[in-house]
Design a protein around this ligand. Sequence first.
Ligand SMILES: C[S@@+](CC[C@H](N)C(=O)[O-])C[C@H]1O[C@@H](n2cnc3c(N)ncnc32)[C@H](O)[C@@H]1O
Length: 276
Amino acid sequence: MAAPILQTAEPAAEEKAVTAELGFSEPGAAPYGNFPCYSRFHPPEQRLRLLPPALLQRLFPPGGPDPRPLLGLDVGCNSGELSTALYRHLLSRDEGEICPVSPGDLRFLCCDIDPALVDRAEKDCPFPAAMSFVALDIMDPQAREPLLSSFLNRFGRSAFDIVFCMSVTMWIHLNHGDSGLLAFLAHLASLGRYLLVEPQPWKCYRAAARRLRKLGRHHFDHFHSLAIRGDMADRIIQILTNDHGMELVCCFGSTNWARSLLLFKASQPSEPPPSL
Ligand SMILES: C[S@@+](CC[C@H](N)C(=O)[O-])C[C@H]1O[C@@H](n2cnc3c(N)ncnc32)[C@H](O)[C@@H]1O
């Protein structure tokens, strides 16, 4: 059963989040959210502590029918801190677990639109055999199709087991408008079996537009015309479940930035949802 969406963070925490995400760097220089020190202001641990370490074992039980290695895609990986922490976290085990996923059983492809961030991620990655980083604008079908297929083909697969989209939806929405967000979500829904999304709340959009206006540097053309607005987590849940047949498996609560971590599963009518 899907847990209700929690909105536990205080407004002050959210305001701090907005300030951190948009204020620490010159936003005009990071129009895609491609902040150079993002993880210092939005630490991976805050989000990962909400995810059960044994998540993969529960979603893909050892000895089950799922092929190995499990394949993960991290969209908008920035300089790779969250991707690496996620990889490490998913290989750790809960106390009492006897069959963790082993390092050889998990491969990640991580992409970001900013090649300089991708270079840094690649250079700093402690798991180079298991994690690949590529510069990719995920909104560019001509670039993404060959790139994603070539990774999947190496493992004889046609889809990822799990796709991560953490703090990226707002940047796609602001830069590509409602139709871009809808196309992005449709694409995410088609990429894999599970999808973990951390949407930015609407407050962040307003703050982004306000700050950029003040700076007079960069203006998101689409901000005023966005019809998809309000409770962004709920809007994204509605789009993924109603339009793309995904099932909301779990809301892992919200970070102290009031961002929910939402896990969806692509519809496979014969399978019951996992118990998490
Ligand atoms: C706010 S950061 C989030 C980084 C990381 N996912 C995290 O949560 O720590 C958003 C990232 O999405 C990337 N991004 C934005 N638009 C993108 C696109 N069209 N294709 C690929 N990456 C994109 C940005 O470059 C930026 O690194």
